[in-house]
Write a protein that binds this ligand. Sequence first.
Ligand code: LLP
Length: 463
Amino acid sequence: MSRSAHPAGPRHADVLPEGHYTAPADDLNALDPKVWAHTVGRDTDGVVTVGGIAVTQLAEDYGTPAYILDEADFRDRARAWRTAFGTDADVFYAGKAFLSRAVVRWLDEEGLNLDVCSGGELATALSAGMPAERIAFHGNNKSPEEIERAVRAGVGRIVLDSFQEIVRVAHTAESLGKRQRVQIRVTVGVEAHTHEFIATAHEDQKFGIPLADGQAAEAVRRALQLDGLDVIGIHSHIGSQIFDMSGFEVAAHRVVGLLKDVRDEHGVELAEIDLGGGLGIAYTSDDDPREPHEIAKALSEIVTRECEGARLRTPRISVEPGRAIVGPTAFTLYEVGTVKPLEGLRTYVSVDGGMSDNIRTALYDAEYSVALASRTSDAEPMLVRVVGKHCESGDIVVKDAFLPGDLAPGDLIAVPATGAYCRSMASNYNHAMRPPVVAVRDGAARVIVRRETEEDLLRLDVG
Ligand code: LLP
């Protein structure tokens, strides 16, 4: 990323503080299509619109803060992944990024499969009618109840994450008179270039079974012996918000190495490999994500080449994008409450949400962009930090960005690319009520997840 500590262009303060921020865009009113959902624009009054509806209208109808999701964009991106991977591969949307019943129905209609990682996600998927055979069930510590529910429902695959789980799933399937299709999740020892907390393929961590010391081969050996299991393949997920394809290349190389060892030892060619999710999106104009068709082409070439080298039949590939589908499709709409200039430092802009609706900045040092949404302005750019209303100084939504210098309480601002891991990681900290998700399409808006109320909070409090 190209960052400048001393950005060029007009300045609000004479001395800009130390920091790493992008220079203000030439036109602060412009909305970079890289970070905004497809149908976002401005109307003739300068108000940001999505799906043909002005954000001022959305704020009036649904309140703020609110996640505003562009349904057409979600469907476009889901379809682009589906089309890019064609009929020889499967796309499983990772529900942890954001899941609701409407989303499940859109995925079903667009022909995608679904990856779930908890009983709650499984229940959501099944209740919205996703066929069980199109569901993959994940997790490093699935409870006996979750396993039983998944096997009974007939999920298409359970991804086994430990030696204990191999036995648990086999036992559950056998006792139900079933044979469960499973993949074995391995850690391939790749250092993905992303935040430590979202990297998942290096060996010193909780997910998967290491390839390195023969443990993964031993896991396959044991699983193949169990009647309750139908071992269909190997799974690898190297991390999240990754731009560099080389990690996937190493992962594919090592997974294919295991397939070869399995063939040599057992005479069995496992039919599938899942390369997980993790493809990055643009949070700021500095990020340059790849298109699904480029990713599909790269992954399929890598796997084909590796398999030819190992004289293996090319297995069916599957992938599990979450963020890359839903991330860019939503923005969070906030109302500005206070504007506090700190001379020589920056201006703190407090909004009516915060770390309870977007924990990613505090947790991963994530970068976001922001725009004045309820009007345009030709005022000088000022360096701002967008903060929430929580009792914590780390309650930051956008660490460093530029907004027009005439920003005032009552203005609406929007933070793009909050579709993934914002609502799904939202909390009730300070008894905040989690914002609604409003889906907009073709001039119509509807709530797909409603705003929490004080009643919701008090209903849980039974003491
Ligand atoms: N498959 C598996 C097995 C995963 O663990 C994940 C994400 C995905 C697929 C989807 O990854 P994606 O395509 O969305 O990057 N809360 C963090 C991200 C955690 C990702 C966890 N696993 C964040 O906000 O950045």
